[in-house]
Design a protein around this ligand. Sequence first.
Ligand code: PXP
Length: 241
Amino acid sequence: MTVKLGVNVDHIATIREARKIREPDPVTAALIAELAGCNGITAHLREDKRHIQDRDIRLLRGTVTTKLNLKIAPTNEMLQFATNVQPDMVTLVPENRQEITTEEGLNVAAKIDDLAKFVMTLKSNDIAVSVFIEPETEQVKAAKKIGADFVEFNTGKYAAACDLGSMQEVDREISAIADMAVLARKYGLRAFAGHGLNYRNIAAIASIEGIEEVNVGHSIVGRSVFVGMEKAVKEMLELLK
Ligand code: PXP
């Protein structure tokens, strides 16, 4: 089965916000990514609004025809925004103001009761729910307990191990994700993966049995600067075949 590609357009907004003007527009990038054949658009509305703005998500909701996956921290303000905008899916991620990007998965096991209420509200608004987690048994079990539909495994450690050329660590991360994909399926959860994936390291993750979709942002946006968004997305899709 070909693994689906969700394109994260946050970093188009990062470039725009460097000048606080109107371009480049992540909404235009999303349309081009869709025309190039991606299967979904993802965007992270951070609490500090450092890249994606409310306006972007509202426009994406009106224009994305594949699937809009909104990443948010589990806060009341974000919950209200999500239920108002109605993306197809919400992915709950942890957030730390000091971080450059999301650093680790959400500790779902530590907040079962609060997150279960959060998930219930989203699902009662017809929004599918995913949680971005580390590939760990405790977190997969917790995702099931809170009623999530999907899990997205954090591939950040895998990507870092690839960069360091540490094959032992690479193998360990791949095995952990593969094992947790099996466990997720056993619990009826569908499994995605993302973070730090690029043209060099994506193949091993895409070939893990049970991983349905990968979410990629930085490497596609980085490549698009040189080859254009359409080609950058098509080249990534080629690697997923
Ligand atoms: N998945 C999640 C949950 C994320 O938070 C991010 C980054 O916002 C990504 C995937 C994409 O990561 P990258 O930009 O490293 O490809």
